[in-house]
Write a protein that binds this ligand. Structure first.
Ligand SMILES: [Zn+2]
Length: 491
């Protein structure tokens, strides 16, 4: 039987008991990335939070159908592809693959469905036709707009008033529209843009309609939970609600959860961190589990600052956890019968506490604090005087209970997915690069990079390799990008 879960429903602005449409099942939709470039570490927060929800439901015994889309038709993609002189759909396809690699490196569970806009065109067109038929949308010269004032509940999620939206705009962008708040469902394609046939001529969908169409296709007309970053609440989610509720004639999502931002303030960064802005470069420098841990160390509804301090804190927490896991793996089952019932009771209590924290609006920091209490207790009792290679005997039931905690942690939070041996050495070098232990400054590195590019132009491969090796010996890794530029990171 699935265990009860409480979550903060942003539609009601309060915490409520999760009560799915079908007992024990979760229909869950999360807005996925637009694939036009490598994802930024800021994008990783929504991905990791979506994965956390998926995992917590799953480990609490729910049968989850999880849909996370890829926006592969979008202005930004077309712009980037045109800049590079490549086909927009091929371009976005390339970055879907890169994004999948990033998600794998973050230890994310696979979603049940990961639809693309380009493959959902029939359902999108059908939904727009329904909206026109129901007089919730209108056509203007090959373009289709959603008639916002026709949906009286518009603004119910973001708590915005329609009046203010209609009159509060300083610039009326498109004078043909019935209302300034109306948004586009279908737009005619310009020369050189990807386009699909539709009853309104060749064109492509506006951004918001895809999520309504995909949620309906894979999950049905009403879903249990919709998630996305807080920046998507308005207008994106508001528009999704308007489209879905008008087309389907029923509630779209029973619950709405939004994760807060990752702030990139004026915090002074180490040189290495300042260069690390994509998930890929962070993972190359510090490892995926470090990023996952950083993003898990704060509750999803709290703002989070991207700073050297939070990364260092995550690394030291991970060291404590992984050293503990390693010590546990080196223990042996004791021949003796239980000597201390209290410890078993305490571990069981802490495991239940972790479960309770995670069931209470996905409170990872709370669960981690119970985990650290457990680690402290076992360390104090058994590993205080442990030397490398010691095989500490542990009572059979206690030992298996602790392993149950470790397995639960991995299943429900996605943390601790690398083996202690590999991660502990990675953490050591992550710490080194965070402290910036290289004697070259940024200008000197850039100078050497330029010199190497020049050598490559002149086909002086020996010199090019020499510079690469010199930088490598100082902990700097070069990457040759397909467009001819070179980026570098600290190892
Ligand atoms: Zn969406």
């Amino acid at each position: 039987m699935a265990k009860p879960i409480q979550l903060y429903n942003n539609m009601l602005r309060k915490k409520v008991p999760f009560s799915p449409l079908k007992e024990g099942k979760v229909l869950f939709y999360s807005c996925g990335p637009t694939t036009y470039d490598f994802l930024h570490v800021g994008n990783a927060r929504a991905l990791v939070v979506g994965d956390l929800f998926h995992r917590v439901f799953d480990s609490m015994g729910y049968d989850v159908t999880f849909v996370r889309n890829f926006t592969d038709v979008d202005d930004k993609i077309i712009e980037k592809a045109n800049e590079l002189g490549v086909d927009p759909l091929e371009h976005s396809d390339r970055f879907i693959k890169e994004c999948q690699k990033d998600m794998e490196s973050l230890g994310m569970k696979e979603a049940s469905f990961t639809p693309k806009v380009s493959e959902t065109m029939d359902e999108i067109i059908e939904m727009i036709q329904t909206l026109i038929r129901k007089e919730k949308a209108y056509v203007l010269e090959g373009e289709v707009f959603f008639d916002v004032p026709s949906f009286k509940e518009y603004g119910k999620l973001s708590k915005k008033k329609l009046d203010e939206l209609q009159h509060g705009r300083r610039v009326q962008v498109d004078k043909r529209k019935k209302s300034g708040a109306d948004f586009v469902l279908w737009k005619p394609a310009k020369e050189g843009e990807p386009s699909w046939d539709s009853p309104w001529g060749k064109g492509r969908p506006g951004w918001h309609i895809e999520c309504s169409a995909m949620a309906k296709k894979y999950l049905g007309e009403t879903i249990d939970l919709h998630h996305g970053g807080v920046d998507l609440m308005f207008p994106h989610h508001e528009n999704e609600i308007a489209q879905s509720e008008c087309a389907n004639g029923c509630e779209f999502s029973q619950n709405w959860c939004h994760n807060e931002f990752l702030n990139f303030g004026l915090e002074k960064m180490s040189k290495s961190l300042g260069n690390v802005i994509t998930i890929r470069s962070f993972v190359e420098s510090f490892g995926g589990e470090v990023l996952r841990h950083v993003l898990s160390s704060v509750h999803y509804r709290s703002k989070m600052d991207w700073s050297q301090e939070v990364i260092e804190k995550a690394i030291s927490e991970m060291e404590r956890i992984h050293i503990f896991v390693q010590n546990m793996q080196e223990t042996v089952e004791s021949e003796k019968v239980i000597e201390n019932e209290e410890q078993l009771v305490e571990v069981t209590t802490l495991l239940n506490k972790m479960k309770k924290e995670l069931s209470d609006d996905f409170n990872i920091p709370g669960a981690l604090s119970s985990l650290f209490s457990l680690i402290r207790m076992i360390n104090r009792e058994y590993f205080g005087a442990k030397k490398e290679g010691d095989k500490i005997p542990l009572d059979k039931s206690l030992r298996s209970k602790v392993f149950e905690v470790i397995a639960f942690l991995e299943k429900s939070t996605g943390l601790v997915y690398e083996s202690p041996e590999s991660i502990l050495s990675k953490l050591k070098s992550a710490k080194k690069s965070l402290s910036g232990t290289t004697d070259l400054n940024e200008e000197e590195i850039e100078e050497l990079v330029k010199e190497r590019i020049k050598a490559r132009h002149e086909k002086d491969w020996a010199k090019s390799d020499l510079i690469r090796d010199e930088l490598k010996s100082k902990g700097i890794v070069l990457r040759d990008n397909p467009d001819g530029t070179v980026s570098w990171t600290f190892k």
